[in-house]
Design a protein around this ligand. Structure first.
Ligand code: NAI
Length: 261
C-alpha cells in the first residue's frame, strides 16, 4: 500500500472489466477517489464502484467512449466537478482483433487506432491541460503492451497503436517533465482478462502462450494493478517516460532461454 494515494483522484478509462477493473479496485484499496469510466455496461461499472467503496475508497461511474473527444473532455470535467481535482489519469481502454493485414479494412484499422492511441492521447491531453492550468504535479499512465516492441502478425493495427503510444508517452514525458508532470506506460504481457478469455479457455492455445513466458504462467490483473499503484505513487517520483513491462519476461527473447542461438 502507498499511503500518499489516499484521497488522490484517479480516472480509469475502460474501468468496468479486465485490467481497468483491477486497477480501479486497487486504487479503492489505496483509499483513493476513483472515477470509473465505462463504455456501455453500467451494471458492471456499478459493481466495480461497490467493490471500491467496500475497500474503503470513493467512486463514481461515468459513461463515455474514449474515441469521442467530447466524452473524454466530460470525463475529466466530471472528475474535477465531483471530487474537486484530478491527480492520476489512467488511459486503459483498448481493443484488439486478429485479421491478416492484407485483408484489414480501413474501418477496423481506424477503430483500433482511435480507441488505443487517439483515445489515450485525448485522455493525456485533457489531464495534462488540467495539471498545467492548476499547477498540479499530476500523473498520466497509459496502458501499452509488450506489443509496443514485439511485432505481432494479424494485429498490425494493435501493434501500431501501442508502438505509437510508446513515443507519445516519451514525448509527453519530455515536454512536461519541467512541470513535474510524469507520464509513463505499463507494458503487460499476457494477462487473464476478458480480452483473452476465448483464447485462454482453449488449453492448447493457453499452453502455447505460456510457453512464450519465461516465468511460465499467464499474469493476473492484480499484478498489473500493483504496477499502476507504484507508478502513481510518490515512490515513483523520479520515474517518467518509461514503459514498465510486467510480462513474466516475455520481452526478453524467450526462445533463447535454453541457451539456444
Ligand atoms: P478488456 O477487453 O477486458 O477491457 C477493455 C476495456 O476497455 C473494456 O471495459 C471496454 O469496454 C473498454 N473499452 C473499449 N473500447 C472503449 C471505448 N471506445 N471507450 C471506453 N472504453 C472502451 O481488456 P483488458 O485486457 O483489460 O485490456 C485493457 C488494456 O490493456 C488495453 O489497452 C489492452 O490493449 C491492454 N493490454 C492487455 C493485455 C492482456 O493480456 N489482457 C496485454 C497487454 C495490453
Amino acid at each position: 500500500m502507498y499511503t500518499d494515494l489516499k484521497d488522490k483522484v484517479v480516472v480509469v478509462t475502460g474501468g468496468s472489466k479486465g485490467l481497468g477493473r483491477a486497477m480501479a479496485i486497487r486504487f479503492g484499496q489505496e483509499q483513493s477517489k476513483v472515477v470509473v469510466n465505462y463504455r456501455s455496461n453500467e451494471e458492471e461499472a456499478l459493481e466495480v464502484k461497490k467493490e471500491i467503496e467496500e475497500a474503503g475508497g470513493q467512486a463514481i461511474i461515468v459513461r463515455g467512449d474514449v474515441t469521442k473527444e467530447e466524452d473524454v473532455v466530460n470525463l475529466v470535467e466530471t472528475a474535477v466537478k465531483e471530487f474537486g481535482t484530478l491527480d492520476v489519469m489512467i488511459n486503459n481502454a483498448g481493443v484488439e482483433n486478429p485479421v491478416p493485414s492484407h485483408e484489414l479494412s480501413l474501418e477496423n484499422w481506424n477503430q483500433v487506432i482511435d480507441t488505443n492511441l487517439t483515445g489515450a492521447f485525448l485522455g493525456s491531453r485533457e489531464a495534462i491541460k488540467y495539471f498545467v492550468e492548476n499547477d498540479i504535479k499530476g500523473n498520466v499512465i497509459n496502458m501499452s503492451s509488450v506489443h509496443e516492441m514485439i511485432p505481432w502478425p494479424l494485429f498490425v493495427h494493435y501493434a501500431a497503436s501501442k508502438g505509437g503510444m510508446k513515443l507519445m508517452t516519451e514525448t509527453l514525458a519530455l515536454e512536461y517533465a519541467p512541470k513535474g508532470i510524469r507520464v509513463n506506460n505499463i507494458g503487460p504481457g499476457a494477462i487473464d482478462t476478458p480480452i483473452n478469455a476465448e483464447k485462454f479457455a482453449d488449453p492448447e492455445q493457453r499452453a502455447d502462450v505460456e510457453s512464450m513466458i519465461p516465468m511460465g504462467y499467464i499474469g493476473n490483473p492484480e499484478e498489473i494493478a500493483s504496477v499502476a499503484a507504484f507508478l502513481a505513487s510518490s515512490q515513483a517520483s523520479y520515474v517518467t517516460g518509461i514503459t514498465l513491462f510486467a510480462d513474466g519476461g516475455m520481452t526478453k527473447y524467450p526462445s533463447f532461454q535454453a541457451g539456444r542461438g
